[in-house]
Design a protein around this ligand. Structure first.
Ligand code: ARG
Length: 455
């Protein structure tokens, strides 16, 4: 097939090079954006009198027909037409001849691919945002049903202080909130229209860039043509945002894996969201959580790949940049696959409240509250810390817990201790006294949840 750029060449491209160079395998997924961009460009060329108005109309009409044919699976793309841009232009020319050849006036594939990528990623951001919102809703439901499900909170994976499952789950809600706001930041920065940048130095035609921007839903136009064709910040930025979403899901996945183990026994994953073993009949494995954790690696890989691909390339467009697509597409596909399945896995898991409570009773999770009790009765905190440290060592020795000691035994450690110690260090008190904003107390969490439900 003759190349659209073949004029100065005396030989056909080697088929190896055709295969090597071609991006149609993966950029065909931007055909909607490519066609919408071309329609707006053609309409603008007609309005500005750069091409004949009737020609513009015919181009727009034919592009709409091509889109429909692609939607219906009637079009086969060609490897040697290189990419989605030239495939569609080739089809256009095959249908309307010379008129079709006028479409590319005042445009380069360099600003065209920048436009398509921005539009495609914008739509993907909106999809992913909606999926994050769904996961947030699942978290909110779990939290609401577990405002007083006491469980151990951990640091260093050692039992630390009692919290509630609502508090724990809402920590992930905060992460997801930041993820959503990061996605919107990225969307804002990518939503500027690059057509008019040309190959690198703009164009001599009196294009109406603002018209095209408005038509395609952009907030404005790019202000430097070199940057317009070579900026891929928004691709890297989105890859980072997606990596962060995966980071968050992988942390929760790790906890789900631990919690579903026989050692913890805090949750039971639904049969529909677990798998068995081919040899061990008793096994029920948390594969979904493990795969989400594992797939985090490939999204990070995309981010590193993109950053490394962009590193050190001179202005303006370089073919290296064609490599942005597979990486960001893979990251997008991965996140879009993980979010809904992760969300469903959480929504269907059985929470074993008794096991959580039992877990919170071990590991001296109320030791800080014993120290705080002594402080309230006048002891400086550092001294209280030492007293309770001794108390804990004594309990370990006797294989018991603080609450199980008699008042006499307790008084042996500090005369300040009285009968009310037992209610003051009960797990319920420990949780519900932590009622500062951000803390696990039931009333505090209730208010936070109600507030989020209003959004
Ligand atoms: N397929 C190319 C890409 O994805 C489109 C731009 C090609 N421009 C060029 N001058 N070869 O980057």
């Amino acid at each position: 097939m003759a190349k659209l750029w073949g004029g100065r060449f005396s030989k056909a491209t080697d088929t190896l090079v055709d295969d090597f160079n071609s991006s149609i395998r993966f950029d065909s997924r931007m055909y909607v954006q490519d066609i919408e961009g071309s329609m707006a460009h053609a309409e603008m060329l007609g309005r500005q009198g750069i091409i004949d108005k009737n020609d513009a109309d015919l181009i727009v009409k034919t592009l709409a027909e091509i889109k429909k044919d692609i939607d219906d699976g009637k079009v086969e793309f060609l490897i040697d037409a290189e990419d989605i841009h030239m495939n569609i232009e080739t089809i256009l020319i095959s249908r309307i001849g010379d008129v079709g050849k006028r479409l590319h006036t005042g445009r380069s594939r360099n600003d065209q691919v920048a436009l398509d990528t921005r539009m495609y990623l914008r739509a993907q951001i909106d999809d992913i945002y909606a999926l994050c919102e769904e996961l947030k809703k699942t978290l909110l439901d779990i939290a609401e049903n577990n405002l007083n499900t006491i469980m151990p909170g951990y640091t260093h994976l050692q039992k630390a202080q009692p919290i509630t499952l609502a508090h724990h789950v809402m920590a992930y809600y905060e992460m997801l909130n930041r993820d959503c706001s990061r996605l919107m930041d990225c969307r804002k920065r990518l939503n500027v229209m690059p057509l008019g940048s040309g190959a690198l130095a703009g164009t001599t035609y009196p294009l109406d860039r603002e018209f095209v921007a408005e038509k395609l839903g952009f907030d404005g136009v790019t202000l430097n043509s070199l940057d317009g064709v070579s900026d891929r910040d928004f691709v890297c930025e989105l890859a980072f945002d997606l990596s962060m979403i995966m980071t968050h899901m992988s942390r929760f996945s790790e906890e789900i894996i631990l919690w579903s183990s026989n050692e913890f026994g805090f949750i039971d994953l639904d049969d529909a969201y677990s798998t068995g073993s081919s040899i061990m009949p008793q096994k029920k494995n948390p594969d979904v959580a493990e795969l989400v954790r594992g797939k985090t690696g490939r999204v990070y890989g995309s981010l590193m790949g993109l950053l490394t691909m962009m590193k050190g390339i001179p202005l303006a467009y370089n073919k290296d940049m064609q490599e942005d697509k597979e990486q960001i597409f893979d990251a997008i596909d991965t996140v879009k696959m993980c979010l809904p399945v992760f969300s469903k896995m959480l929504a269907t898991m059985k929470i074993k409240k008794d096991a959580m409570l039992q877990g919170a009773k071990g590991g001296f999770t109320n030791a800080t509250d014993v120290a705080d009790y002594l402080v309230k009765h006048g002891l400086p905190f550092r001294d209280a810390h030492t007293v309770v440290g001794r108390l804990v060592a004594y309990c370990i020795e006797k294989n018991t817990v603080i609450d199980a000691l008699s008042l006499e035994e307790l008084k042996g450690f500090s005369e300040l201790i009285d009968e009310d110690i037992y209610s003051e260090i009960s797990l319920e008190t420990c949780v519900n006294q932590r009622k500062l904003v951000g803390g696990p107390a039931m009333d505090t969490m209730r208010k936070i949840i109600d507030n989020y439900k209003k959004d």
